[in-house]
Design a protein around this ligand. Structure first.
Ligand SMILES: Nc1ncnc2c1ncn2[C@@H]1O[C@H](COP(=O)(O)OP(=O)(O)OP(=O)(O)O)[C@@H](O)[C@H]1O
Ligand SMILES: [Mg+2]
Length: 214
């Protein structure tokens, strides 16, 4: 059985809570000039929807089996060379290929340098999506000077940090009700979300433990 936070990971754009501005920015670019053939950089606090949005974006381009999720630490120059050799061929189904690189602030300097070249010759059917909890450019990639050049090759989407508590609380209560784990008013959920620093994954883990059962 999947953990609650996976079971209730939004499967479509309209299921995502409190990130309307980010979604609007992504969709404006996506519908006007396409989601693929470019790199995206999604920054935001933990558990607020980065990987979720990265998957939704990836699914606009590629079938689920053609989406590869990687941790930045495993993205060595050798792995990048492998990826570059496979990404030139079309994927199954929709034809696209998507690569999601989580914890992107942890990319090594050599990988960043290789990415600069790789992103210059990204095939039209490929999308690369970086996600990071790091908002600024100062602590990226072991302090390398290449942060600017890499970020300038990406479309930067910054997730909202504000006004999440109420919206997350309402969604959390609805999930708890569906799971038979609810027994508290919405104000208690707001408190739980605040105690979890707006991390919806953490909230759902608490609910799974039964903390909201009366
Ligand atoms: N904006 C949101 N709307 C609805 N559910 C959300 C949202 N953000 C997070 N969640 C819930 O929390 C889970 C974890 O979210 P996600 O993987 O997108 O977080 P993240 O921002 O990538 O965090 P991390 O930095 O820890 O990787 C999701 O599977 C979903 O259940
Ligand atoms: Mg993530």
């Amino acid at each position: 059985m999947k953990p609650l936070f996976e079971k209730y990971r939004p499967a479509s754009w309209c299921d995502v809570v409190a990130q309307d501005k980010a979604i609007q920015q992504i969709q404006t670019i996506g519908t006007k000039s396409g989601y693929a053939s470019r790199a995206w950089w999604i920054a935001g606090q933990s558990g607020t929807g980065k990987t979720t949005l990265a998957y939704l974006l990836a699914k606009e381009v590629a079938d689920e089996t053609m989406i590869e999720e990687l941790d930045a630490a495993e993205l060595t120059p050798a792995r990048l060379r492998e990826i570059e050799s496979t990404m030139s061929s079309y994927g199954w189904g929709k034809g696209g290929r998507a690569y999601i690189v989580n914890e992107a602030h942890g990319l090594s300097k050599p990988s960043v340098r290789q990415l600069l070249v790789l992103l210059e010759r990204l095939p039209k059917h490929v999308v690369v999506i970086f996600t990071t909890t790091n908002d600024g450019e100062d602590y990226l990639f072991e302090g390398t000077d290449d942060a600017g050049p890499l970020l300038s090759r990406c479309i930067k989407i910054t997730l909202s940090r504000r006004d999440l508590a109420q919206a997350f609380a309402i969604r959390a209560k609805a999930i708890a009700e569906q799971e038979g784990l609810d027994g508290q008013p919405v104000e208690k959920y707001v408190k739980l979300v605040q105690a979890c620093r707006n991390n919806m994954r953490a909230v759902l883990c608490e609910i799974e433990k039964g903390v909201m059962v009366s």
